[in-house]
Design a protein around this ligand. Structure first.
Ligand code: ATP
Ligand code: MG
Length: 444
């Protein structure tokens, strides 16, 4: 097996070897290279101690020196160089109590989570694959290195990582590994929200977000996203649907591009359906108010998972408006853009399209045609460069101040009032009209 190492990686490995140490590319980059995928980053593992690594290279950063990691800078790109280590005994399913260095690469590989992530490569020794990583890559399985229950008891996040890698690679989780997750899922409670969110984000952004179902089947979502379990268990007896809320959610996820805001929006767009469900005399389910209620629940979940504010804010607005359909006129569309906010408005088309495609085919053509018309009207508004937000208004706060109005919150209120006028009647967006209107009506 030959892997083409980038020049900088060959050079770093060569320098370490030249000083009498062993060094290999390791982990994700080896896995991805064997799969003929471009690795995102290249990690290096070495028998040299961190101090020794720092002596060899001119430009280094102490990234995780306590865990043996030094970043070596080469042409402004950082390469993590980590000393071979054995993770000592684990405390509380999270942290190794101590880090012990070793001089044996095989022992370093043994501490890694899955066989496919536990391979090392350099040009001198070729591939080091002690645990059947290549064979698992060929068969498409995620399998723990060593005893799965022990490995998950050491670090509970690995259970979530198993599902994340299954989604990124479209792999199956091997039986013993899956059974161990079912037994130990509860331990995930000990892992910080930040670390879980990072894995969940990677899972959602992966090419196979449908593996989200595994989180449910293995009992992991029950611990970190119980709202999803309820969705999986909520049926929708309604002509628009042919699946549970959770099943529909998974299909909708698959229909949007791999964008963080879009994937989180689809995950949560129907999150309130279970609690908004009512059944009429004919036995048909209705979900009145679920978008508004969904916005509140989405906000709670995204806060809990420590998502950044920009994502949280955009996702919440999209959840809130995912199901609203404006009157299909230019004015109706301008009002919709104004309500949702121009920044995240275009994403709404992706959301609505995915929602439709994940429903039953009842009235599908009509729904898609209405969406096309909606999109066309929006395109025309953009072509005409009509004002949809404060920054496109023909006047700004400084115009009022120049006209002698005292700075203060009234100016902000006035600008919003003007925007509402212009949304209704775009031709009024001239400085002359808006100044006159303001001075005559808003500051008296
Ligand atoms: P990605 O492409 O997402 O970066 P990766 O395999 O590089 O995938 P990282 O989380 O960057 O994943 O971890 C790098 C390597 O460190 C892994 O390939 C694995 O060998 C090891 N590793 C990471 N996290 C753990 C963990 N929790 N337990 C054991 N080994 C781990
Ligand atoms: Mg990595």
């Amino acid at each position: 097996m030959r892997i083409k190492l980038p020049e900088a990686v060959r050079w770093i490995i060569g320098e370490l070897q030249g000083h009498g140490y062993e060094a290999y590319a390791v982990g994700g980059c080896v896995r991805d290279s064997i799969l003929c995928k471009e690795p995102k980053d290249w990690d290096i593992t070495t028998s040299a101690r961190p101090e020794q690594v720092k002596e060899i290279f001119e430009r280094t950063i102490d990234t995780g020196i306590r865990h043996g990691t030094v970043t070596v800078l080469q042409n402004h790109v950082g390469y993590e160089v980590t000393t071979y280590r054995i993770d000592g005994e684990y405390e509380d399913a999270r942290h190794p109590k101590e880090v012990v260095y070793t001089t044996d690469v095989r022992r370093d590989l043994m501490r890694r989570d899955f066989t496919i992530n536990a391979m090392a490569y350099n040009e001198r020794s070729g591939l080091v694959d002690e645990f059947g990583g290549v064979s698992d890559l060929k068969r498409g399985v995620i399998r723990c290195v060593g005893n799965a229950s022990e490995r998950f008891a050491e670090d509970a996040l690995r259970m979530f990582r198993a599902v994340r890698f299954a989604a990124q690679l479209d792999f199956e989780i091997e039986n013993e590994t899956a059974e161990a997750i079912c037994c130990l899922a509860e331990n995930l409670r000990k892992i910080s929200a930040e670390r879980i969110q990072m894995e969940l984000t990677k899972l959602l952004m992966s090419p196979h977000p449908q593996k989200l179902r595994l989180l449910y089947e293995l009992g992991l979502s029950a611990v970190v996203l119980p709202e999803f379990d309820v969705m999986m268990e909520t049926r929708q007896n309604n002509p628009h649907h042919c699946d549970t809320v959770g099943g529909h959610t998974i299909r909708a996820l698959m229909e949007v591009p791999a964008d963080k805001i879009l994937r989180y929006t689809m995950l949560l767009h129907d999150v309130a359906k279970p609690q908004c469900c009512s059944v009429d005399e004919a036995g048909i389910c209705h979900f009145y108010g679920h978008p508004e209620e969904g916005e509140k629940i989405a906000k709670r979940i995204l806060r809990r998972l420590k998502l950044d504010n920009a994502t949280t804010d955009a996702v919440c607005r999209l959840v809130r408006y995912h199901d609203s359909n404006p009157v299909l006129t230019a004015g109706g569309v301008r009002r919709a853009v104004y309500r949702i906010g121009q920044d995240c408005f275009p994403a709404l088309f992706d959301v609505k399209r995915a929602d439709i495609l994940a429903q039953s085919d009842y009235k599908r053509l009509e729904k898609l045609e209405a969406l096309d018309c909606y999109r066309r009207l929006y395109g025309e508004i953009m072509d005409r460069k009509e004002c949809l937000s404060l920054k496109e208004l023909a006047v700004s706060g400084s115009d009022f101040i120049a006209a002698g109005i005292k700075p203060g919150p009234e100016i902000g209120r006035a600008l919003h009032a003007l925007l509402e006028i212009v949304i209704e009647e775009p031709e009024k967006n001239t400085k002359e009209y808006l100044m006159r209107y303001t001075l005559e009506n808003l500051f008296i």
